[in-house]
Design a protein around this ligand. Structure first.
Ligand SMILES: Cc1cc2nc3c(=O)[nH]c(=O)nc-3n(C[C@H](O)[C@H](O)[C@H](O)COP(=O)(O)OP(=O)(O)OC[C@H]3O[C@@H](n4cnc5c(N)ncnc54)[C@H](O)[C@@H]3O)c2cc1C
Length: 727
């Protein structure tokens, strides 16, 4: 066995060494040819003027309706579509973009948030001596550098640790990771390094100690994906692209070409989802950038065309920040079933994922309990036994659909494309499919190049390398200090605004409400434990947010960070949006319901309820049941068999604890599984059983009732803790 390992190690090291030479020669060739890829001056080459602000959605819709013919019409407002719009408009093309939901509502807001070349793809490139794969990694690494450069407020390098548990893996991983640095060449973010076991544990104290040999740390980029997507869309709009969210393409328009008699795509029939109004948008070229939905648009062009998308779902979970160090991620390159798992700090929380399983294409993917448990069990494998990894600490969970595609240009229709593909149909529809977030700009460049060629459009080469995105122009790492000093914002809020809106953070600060307190002077939080403020809702509406879901999931990231906090913030968000958008009471109610449904199904709330229901065989000891029954009856004085808000209020008043009615509603709602407005004894026992099994933690009702019981016993008043609240 040991011999086998040694042989394997030698082979791998040998392979690695050969690859190093290969990589080095590529690297020097690259350096000689390109010098520095990230040329921020590139923006100056853009001759199209940029406006200070972007038009309103209503103005955009009216431009879409009144323009006789666009050069390009892009379908899909994810990273790829918005990237295409920016590439086209900065080349001087008259550009339109239609998104049927919100910008980034699809896969682009549900990624792992990494801007990366893919260490594991490089490993495959080396092991299989696959030059195509190598080129793909190289391109992604160049794009990684560009993205960090053009939106420094929304992205940053992140050190990622690869824990090593076998001696022979150390040189193997080290060579692989060094090669990753080398392939990045001048765009290497920071050099990778090796850590001894003790230094690894210093950096990552929660790591499992036994058998740990050491670790290797390398760098990739990380970003706020939905905000990055929006920044691309807003930049395109400022350059003059007519971009509209909530505008769905229903079918493609075709005309007969005079000479050949061929049918050519010349626009799309679309529907303003918010008003129901339908209209046509005409264009010389239509681009299909609909990610996992690529086949539905391809079939609008040609019903007979075979599918190219093989959708695959990936689930992520969010756990409290204390599960990972503030600035160190972790990569497990070989999980129990061969998949890669990332465990990364993000927005002061910990994000873990992802899984990979075949799925149907849907706009509303739902995370499953099986996926969540798989991730949790993998996390348990590399965290210290002292850290109890609890199901209840899952604060949010979501699923995203990878738009994996087969190449329609290729004879082999079965093999999945590792890179993106651009295809032009007989009728001129340009489809861009596959790829990844990191390479959206290169994908857009290839797509617009193909569109120009296929449709003879009057435009030059791409201008987007080094082109700064919305918020980046006057951003600096110390910008938040000016926000604190000039506006009187809390430091944490100021940092959040600066890293979300960049130099536009001042616009948000200007409309922030006075708190009425000595400090902070302005900036009312939406929920106490997150730095999101009410002014962001107003600004979000200006940034084309039209539903409460847009605010909780993509203008702020509350739904992705903590579903309970998002639910708590909803009524206030709906109130503010209602004022901005003139919603009546009925519309507000509908918005609230739609957003709750979104949290319930898409962000993991449902799985939580299922968890509680699953523990319906209550596995409590008879003595525990008696204890909990007593606690329950302290609240249910009339022995009705259920407790209501009034019951809880009565007990809390008797021990002088004040909680407002709305919060109480939320607290009860978490446990009220059959949603009949009251918590029955069985529901309460299910909750206590689930807590004992570790499925649920930090239930606020449980904490409240326990505290009340202790208080009544001791007659000492202590404040009620707010828990983090798990799913
Ligand atoms: C779990 C997971 C993790 C990932 N992690 C990473 C990562 O860390 N780094 C990385 O680089 N990549 C990552 N990726 C890949 C990356 O997220 C995707 O490749 C990318 O977001 C795809 O963007 P898109 O614009 O092509 O698709 P989408 O973002 O899905 O956008 C397509 C849009 O088209 C719209 N649309 C569809 N039909 C119509 C119509 N008829 N009319 C108008 N609009 C329409 C949809 O509403 C949707 O918004 C990950 C993917 C997954 C699934």
């Amino acid at each position: 066995m040991a011999f086998q390992k040694a042989v394997k190690g030698t082979v791998l090291i040998g392979g690695g060494a050969i690859a190093t030479v290969f990589g080095l020669s590529q690297f020097s060739q690259y350096r000689n040819k390109h010098g520095s890829l990230v040329n921020v001056q590139a923006a100056e080459a853009v001759t199209v003027p940029i406006k200070n602000d972007f038009p309103t959605r209503e103005e955009q819709i009216s431009t879409l309706k009144s323009t006789p013919e666009f050069d390009v019409l892009i379908i899909g407002g994810g990273a790829t579509g918005c990237g295409c719009a920016l590439d086209a408009v900065t080349r001087g093309l008259k550009t339109a973009l239609l998104e049927r939901d919100d910008f980034s509502s699809g896969t682009s807001s549900r990624s792992t948030k990494l801007i990366h070349g893919g260490v594991r793809y490089l490993q495959k490139a080396i092991m299989k001596l696959d030059f195509e794969q190598y080129k793909m990694v190289k391109e992604a690494l160049q794009e990684r550098a560009n993205l960090l450069e053009i939106a420094p407020h929304l992205s940053a390098p992140l050190p990622i640790m690869l824990p090593v548990y076998k001696w022979w893996q150390l040189p193997y991983y080290w060579i692989g990771i060094k090669l990753y640095d080398l392939v990045a060449g001048s765009q290497c973010l920071k050099r990778s390094y090796v850590l001894s076991k003790s230094r690894a544990l210093e950096h990552f104290p929660m790591l499992r100690k036994d058998k740990l040999v050491g670790a290797i740390v390398y760098y990739d980029g990380q970003h706020n994906d939905a905000r990055m997507n929006l920044a691309i869309a807003l930049t395109a709009a400022r350059y003059g692209a007519a971009t509209a969210n909530y505008t769905e393409v229903l079918r493609l328009l075709k005309r007969t070409e005079p000479g050949s008699g061929k049918q050519r795509v010349c626009g799309a029939r679309c529907r303003d989802v918010l008003t129901g109004q339908e209209f046509d948008v005409k264009a010389k070229c239509v681009i299909n950038a609909t990610g996992p939905f690529t086949d539905s648009v391809r079939k609008m062009d040609d019903q007979e065309v075979p599918n190219i998308c093989q959708p695959s779902a990936g689930v992520h979970i969010v756990m409290p920040g204390y599960y990972s160090p503030d600035n160190m991620g972790l990569l497990d390159p070989a999980t129990s079933d061969g998949r890669v798992i990332f465990f990364l700090p993000w927005e002061k929380m910990t994000i873990a994922g992802t899984t990979d399983s075949p799925t149907d294409v849907t706009s509303h993917p739902i995370p499953t309990e099986e996926d969540i448990n798989f991730i949790l069990s993998e996390v348990r494998n590399y965290l210290s036994v002292d850290v109890e990894v609890r199901r209840g600490d899952v604060l949010a969970a979501w699923s995203g659909i990878r738009p994996l595609v087969t190449d329609p240009n290729s004879k082999d229709t079965q093999s999945i494309c590792r890179n993106h593909v651009v295809a032009v149909s007989d009728s001129g529809l340009v489809t861009i499919a596959g790829g990844k977030w990191t390479t959206y700009r290169a994908m857009a460049q290839d797509t617009i190049d193909a569109a120009i060629q296929a449709h003879n459009l009057p435009a030059g080469s791409s201008k987007t390398i080094g082109l700064l995105l919305q918020g980046a122009e006057d951003w600096s790492p110390t910008l938040y200090i000016r926000l604190v000093q000039d506006y009187g914002l809390e430091s944490e809020v100021a940092q959040h605004l600066a890293s979300t809106y960049g130099d536009k953070a001042f616009e948000v600060a200007k409309i922030a409400q006075v708190t009425g307190k000595r400090w902070p002077i302005v900036g009312k939080r939406l929920v106490s434990e997150f730095p999101y403020i009410e002014a962001e809702v107003i600004y979000g509406v200006k940034e084309y947010a039209r539903t409460a879901v847009d605010i909780i999931s993509r203008r702020t990231r509350l739904a992705f960070l903590n579903v309970q906090a998002a639910e708590e913030a909803l009524p206030r968000i709906v109130d503010i949006m209602g004022k901005e958008l003139n919603w009546n009471e009925q519309k507000k109610k509908e918005e609230l319901e739609a957003a709750r449904k979104f949290l319930y199904y898409e962000m993991g709330y449902k799985v939580k309820s299922d968890q509680l229901t699953d523990s319906s065989e209550i596995t409590l000891m008879p003595s525990d049941i008696e204890r909990y029954k007593k606690r329950f009856h302290m609240f249910d004085k009339d022995k009705k068999g259920f407790i209501t808000i009034l019951d809880v209020q009565r007990v809390l008043e008797s021990i002088s604890v004040q909680i407002d009615e709305k919060t109480l509603h939320d607290i009860l709602n978490e446990v009220d599984l059959n949603k009949n407005g009251q918590v029955e004894l069985i529901e309460f026992l299910q909750l206590m059983s689930a807590i004992q099994k570790g499925h649920v933690s930090g239930s606020r009702l449980a904490v409240l009732m326990k505290t009340a019981e202790e208080n009544l016993r001791q007659r000492v008043v202590i404040p009620v803790d707010r828990s983090g609240g798990g799913l």
